[in-house]
Design a protein around this ligand. Structure first.
Ligand code: PLP
Ligand code: LYS
Length: 422
């Protein structure tokens, strides 16, 4: 469910014609729908009603301040993975006591910043990290609240690049080593054990891997209890998938039901770190067709967005639906939809059947709200696109398009090169 719909053959975002925004803002740009963001958050959160829980929106999926503020206003917590994300989360107004800090490589500086802010807990991913955190906390005269991320060795059945819960992955700790980490934390005066954490992967379209992971966590929590370690939070991470094309992921209600069933009778608060399922279908990438090129073997639709704007197609061979803003009845053709970047991997679709489009017309790349702008780069010295948020009849530029000056900001020609003969 989202609020990008055709009205009389023209694509609208809520009550605004996408064409009107393109006229004002130029292309390419990301476009987010407030109503969709709100609805997705609410549906997810309400699915867990009746169970003590905290939804910590996973900032990495889309970290625009406007989007973060929207979720903070809705009562969401935040899942962060860097000092930069902590900075954004605090700026956006998330209460520190609703922030969890994940990631395999937290630096001491990041630990200090998070301890100073007073976050809910660190999801620790190695013994080395745990010991470092204990030292940092000790030096600051603080106690660090922690969970250990365990690696349940469950196959999430998703793309290998976004599979995180298998034994060979860099994330988390196997249960034996995790147990050692808990024993260390139990004895350390600067560590406070709050929870057990886990995240098995992203874009999961089945419930069973989540349930399997939770079963293994429950066994682990029981073992900790036998050793006098009481767990207050189980953090199951994020990962629920969305519809990009032909997938049929379970709705949040079914996912929540299955988890509620598993957790019945346990005195814990469930933390969830959804990203994609909240923002993925709440955003699109709007782009203009530059050229249509026919060769003896292929057709190419060359657009003004590129892999630097949306990396998912080349990185994961991800499918994104591509539709014209004006849905005229017209013949179809098979083409590659590609960007201007000098890489063969710069494509949005390959051998895709799409309506016959013309130079100058606008297209929408759908389901681009998650892992879209956040993964954008300046490759080929392309300024990153604008981000726009629609709210009913109004729209707001929530990140302006970068300009050329911004591209070289921070770069400096050293004095020894200033002279032409150098
Ligand atoms: C630790 C952690 N939590 C939450 C998420 C959010 O995942 P998703 O966007 O699939 O919900 C991720 C990304 O996969 C993650 O690494
Ligand atoms: N960037 C990925 C998801 C990464 C998940 C982060 N742990 C994607 O676009 O699908």
């Amino acid at each position: 469910m989202h609020h990008f719909q055709y009205r009389d053959g023209e694509l609208y975002a809520e009550d605004v014609p996408v064409r009107a925004i393109a006229k004002k803002v130029g292309t390419p740009f990301y476009l987010y729908s407030t109503a969709t963001l709100k609805r997705h958050f609410q549906v997810f959160d309400e699915a867990f009603s009746g169970l003590p829980h905290l939804v910590c929106y996973s900032i990495k999926a889309n970290s625009n301040l406007a989007i973060l503020r929207l979720f903070a206003n809705k009562g969401s917590g935040a899942d962060i993975v860097s000092g930069g994300e902590l900075y954004r989360a605090l700026k956006a107004g998330f209460p520190p006591k609703k922030i969890v800090f994940s990631g395999v490589g937290k630096t001491q500086r990041e630990m200090r910043e998070a301890l100073k802010a007073g976050i809910l807990m660190f999801n620790v991913e190695s013994l080395g990290e745990l010991k470092t955190l204990a030292q940092v906390a000790k030096r600051m005269g603080k106690v660090a609240p922690i969970a250990i991320r365990i690696n349940p060795d469950v196959d999430p059945k998703t793309h290998p690049h976004i599979t995180t819960g298998l034994m060979k992955s860099k994330f988390g700790l196997d249960v034996e080593t995790a147990f050692e980490a808990y024993l260390f934390a139990k004895e350390h005066p600067n560590l406070d054990i709050l929870g057990v954490d886990c995240h098995i992967g992203s874009q999961l379209t089945e419930i069973s891997p989540f349930v399997e992971a939770l079963k293994r966590i429950k066994i682990f929590v029981e073992k900790l209890k036998e050793h006098g370690i009481k767990i207050k939070y189980i953090d199951l991470g994020g990962g629920l998938g969305i519809v990009y094309g032909k997938e049929s992921p379970p709705p949040p209600s079914e996912y929540a039901q299955a988890l509620k069933q598993e957790l019945a009778g346990l005195d814990v608060t469930l933390i969830l770190e959804p990203g994609r399922v909240i923002v993925g279908n709440a955003g699109i990438l709007v782009t203009r067709v530059l050229y249509f090129k026919e060769t003896p073997v292929k057709n190419f639709v060359i657009i003004d967005a590129a892999m630097n704007d949306l990396l998912r197609p080349v990185l994961y061979q991800a499918y994104h639906e591509i539709i014209p803003i004006l849905s005229k009845n017209r013949p179809k053709l098979v083409a590659d939809v590609v960007g201007p970047v000098c890489e063969t991997g710069d494509f949005f679709a390959r051998d895709r059947e799409i309506p016959k489009v013309k130079s100058g017309e606008l297209l929408a790349v759908m389901s681009a709200g998650a892992y879209g702008f956040v993964m954008a780069s300046n490759y080929n010295s392309r300024p990153r696109p604008a981000e726009v948020m629609v709210n009913g009849k109004d729209f707001y530029v929530v990140r302006k398009r970068e300009n050329y000056a911004r591209l070289i900001a921070g770069e400096k020609i050293p004095p020894f090169l200033e002279n032409k003969s150098a």
